[in-house]
Each structure stands twice: as C-alpha cells, then as structure tokens.
Ligand binder design. Structure first.
Ligand SMILES: Nc1nc2c(ncn2[C@@H]2O[C@H](COP(=O)(O)OP(=O)(O)O)[C@@H](O)[C@H]2O)c(=O)[nH]1
Ligand SMILES: [Mg+2]
Length: 448
C-alpha cells in the first residue's frame, strides 16, 4: 500500500474509533492523538511534523472552549481538520506572477513524475487566462523529449523552444529563456530532465540551470502515488534548488496524496496545483480543505463540516440582544442574513444565543437557501427607514421593492408578516410564557 493509502486509512481508523466512543473525555483524546501519531509515523511522515501536529491537536482539543453547538467529539475532528489545513495553506495560492515582465517558471522532478505533461497543462491554463506563454525544453537526456514538448505546445497553441540534438541543457535553457524574454513573453515555462532518482548529476544540472536562468519560481512536480519516497525526493531537490511551489500529479487514481504532506514538510513550499489525469485540461488549483477532507476520508462527513463552519459564526452582541428581547428590526434580520450568508441556517445561529436556543420550537430550522436568498434580496432593496419601521410599507413601496429585488409582492408580504409574528413570539419566550409551540418563523417561500 502506498503512503497515501495507508496514511488516509490510518487516520480514518483513528477517527472512526473516536466516533464510536460513547463519550469523549481526556483519555479518549489522548488515545486518539496516539493513534494519529502512529498512523502518521507508519506512513513515514516526518517525525517533527508528527510531534508538532499531534501536540497541537491534543492541546487544543483539551484546552479550548467548546464552540457553541459542537460536541467534544466534533470539536476534536474540527481541530485536526484545522491543523492540517493550516499546514497545507488555508486556501489556494497562485504562482508568483508579476505583470509587465517575463516570469520564468522552471519545472523539476524525477523522470516520470509528470513534468512535461504538467508543463503542457500549465501552459494551457495560463494561456486561457490571457497570458503569452512560451515552453522551453531543457531536457537533453531523454530521446524525443523535445518532440514531446513541441507536440504539447502545438496542441495548446503556445510557442516552443527546443534543440533536439543539443547536449548541454544549461545552454539550451539559457537560449530559450533569452529568446522569449526578448519577445516579451509573460510566462516562460522551462521543462527539465528527470532521470531515475535524485542522482547527483541531475541535481547538479538543476543547480546550474537555476544559476543561469534565475527562475522566478521553481516548481517541484511530484508523483502523487510514490508514497514513502516523497519526503526524500522533495528534500533532495530542495537542497539543490530553492523549491517555491509543488504540483502533485496523478491524483486521479486511488492515491489520497498523503505524500504531499511530506513534500510540504521537506520543502516548506506550498502545493499550488494537482494533476488529475493525463489530459491537458486535467489540472486543478489546489484546495487545502478539500484535500484534507479527502485525506482524512471524511467526504461522507460533509454535514459535520458544515456544522463546524456554522459554529464558527459568533453572534454579534447587538444582534443577539435585539433577538433575545424581541426588539429586532428588519435591519437586524438583514445583518444576520448577510453574516450567515450561504453557510448556515438562521436557526442554528439563533439556537446558539444563550437562553433562547433551548426554547426554540421544533421545525424551526426550516429555511432553505432559496428562501434565504429571497429574503436577503428583499431586505437589500429596502431603505434604512423601511428596515427600521416596516409599518410604512405601503403599496407603492412594496411595488418598488418587488421590482428592485426581483421578487413578488406576495413574497414581501410573507416576509413582513412572518417577521411580525416571530417578533411577538420572541417576546413571549422572553417573558417565559411560551414554550415549544410551533411557530411559523421563516418558512419556505412560496414557489415562484
Ligand atoms: N493519470 C495521470 N497520469 C499523468 C498525470 N500527469 C502525467 N501523467 C502521465 O505520467 C507519465 C509521465 O509523464 P511525463 O510528463 O512524461 O513525465 P516527466 O518524465 O516528468 O516529464 C505520462 O504517461 C503521463 O501521461 C496525471 O495527473 N494523471
Ligand atoms: Mg519530461
């Protein structure tokens, strides 16, 4: 089994064990962290990383206050998810690019890792974003290397520079870069030779080319299926040249990409793209949270992740107070809808308000995304005056709002009447008179 498979599996097993426990106490957390360490170490993830990561997970899991709405168990999972995501980079980061001059990117990696293919993919990707791209073949070892890249360049319709019979890769790289720089290319992609392992000769050549063409970014292309070797490979390349980014290829198969973790440790660089197939459009920007989800095998736990995200939304004191006292206006409602955006449901937010949540009736969370969007549009079309005092909404104002928000008069009437009714009910809850009754707050909007 590859590193990737076993790492994913190991963590996943630790996870499931945690999920099966009736309660999650200190002992359970400690055991989970031990399982986690074992999985990471067996998968050959760097020891320092394992220790640092597991210490942080343990500390946070035991010491942090539970976010509202999350159980201890969910919180432990969230912490691990967070830590891995932060480690990989919280969101997609593009390649370093400066406009108004030529940007030279050099692709390095061992033979078969997918450099040449990735060169073609990147060229296509960057060209589609309006950049003038040139591909340079500095692989003078593999017979036919130049032809392979030339054909790719024709398929994606970018310029190509190569010398099929040349012996000196450094010179070819220099000449190619010089030519494209002279012609004002935005991006110059230099494909290099790979040979079988991280041989001395190869690394020396990389160093020499780097010294001559001074690339703006050196991109390590790493085969996502190689498992255990990922760390040493990445480390060797990083010692020879300064790896600025990583592209992990072949993540279309069964590989979960755990080796990617090791390459990040070994280089300190971030993964920017992943290759998901042999075709030229099979290049994706790297999405750390998505990747961690896949690594941890929590694809089927999407609901949990959503819940976790929602829990991160803390009510603003002003809003909370307005709701709790039943004194909220439509302006408060709009503020709330804007802050929750797509992620959460109003109910979850409301249930997190101390003293209110436990009294909310069942079926309270019945608001669809659709309705939220409509409500938001309506409220955004109102003036401040209308938001603060919906009593002034007459026929002509309602007509105007309907036009402005692309909704119907009926939609607006529904919103206003629900608002009134729920305000009343919130006040009753506040006074302790009403418990658990069915309230019609925020039902689904009538269909268009
Ligand atoms: N399935 C899959 N195959 C890939 C991917 N990237 C490259 N390959 C294949 O890997 C092999 C080696 O690719 P190549 O670009 O020649 O590697 P290089 O020696 O590093 O230049 C070829 O058969 C490619 O089609 C990928 O993302 N997914
Ligand atoms: Mg190649």
């Amino acid at each position: 089994m590859t590193l990737l498979g076993s790492l994913g599996q190991g963590i996943s097993n630790a996870f499931r064990k945690l999920l099966r426990r009736p309660t999650v106490d200190e002992k359970a957390v400690e055991e989970f962290v031990k399982d986690l360490q074992r999985a990471l170490l067996i998968a050959d993830v760097n020891v320092d990383l394992v220790l640092a990561l597991s210490e942080r997970v343990k500390k946070r899991a035991l010491e942090e206050k539970l976010p509202l709405g999350l159980t201890r168990r969910e919180h432990v999972i969230k912490v691990l998810f967070d830590e891995l995501t932060v480690f990989l980079g919280e969101s997609y980061q593009p390649l370093r690019y400066i406009s108004g001059r030529s940007n030279v990117y050099m692709l390095v990696g061992i033979q078969g890792s997918g450099k040449t293919t990735t060169g073609g993919k990147l060229a296509r990707y960057l060209k589609k974003r309006g950049l003038k791209v040139g591909l340079v073949c500095a692989d003078t070892y593999r017979p036919g290397a130049s032809d392979q890249l030339k054909q790719l360049s024709e398929r994606v319709e970018v310029s190509f520079y190569g010398e099929p019979d040349a012996k000196d890769a450094v010179k070819v790289a220099e000449r190619g870069v010089k030519k494209f720089k002279g012609e004002g290319y935005d991006v110059i992609l230099v494909d290099t030779a790979g040979r079988h392992k991280e041989e001395k000769g190869l690394l020396k050549e990389m160093k020499e080319i780097t010294g001559k063409i001074k690339p703006d970014e050196i991109i390590l292309v790493l085969d996502g299926t190689i498992g255990q070797q990922a760390f040493n490979q990445a480390k060797a390349f990083n010692e020879a040249t300064d790896i600025g980014s990583i592209i992990v290829t072949k993540l279309d198969g069964a590989a979960k990409g755990g080796g990617a973790l090791s390459s990040v440790v070994a280089t300190g660089a971030k993964i920017k793209y992943i290759g998901t197939g042999e075709k030229l459009d099979e290049l994706e920007t790297f999405d750390p949270p998505g990747f961690v989800g896949r690594l941890l095998d929590i694809g089927d736990m999407k609901g949990l992740l959503e819940k976790i995200k929602e829990a991160e939304i803390t009510p603003e004191p002003e809003l909370a107070k307005a709701f709790m006292t039943g004194k909220f206006t439509l302006r408060h409602l709009l503020m709330q809808l804007e802050s929750v955006s797509k992620m959460g449901r109003l109910s979850r937010w409301l249930s997190s308000i101390p003293g209110l949540g436990s009294q909310l009736p069942a079926g309270f969370d019945d608001m669809s995304e659709e309705s939220m969007k409509k409500f938001r549009a309506i409220l955004q079309s109102m003036t401040q005056e209308e938001l603060d005092n919906p009593k002034i909404l007459d026929r002509s104002r309602i007509n105007r709002i309907a036009r402005g928000s692309g909704t119907s008069i009926k939609d607006i009437r529904t919103l206003v009447s629900q608002y009134r009714m729920s305000k009343k009910i919130f006040k009753q809850i506040k006074r302790g008179r009403r418990r658990g009754a069915q309230i019609p707050f925020m039902p689904k909007m009538p269909p268009d």
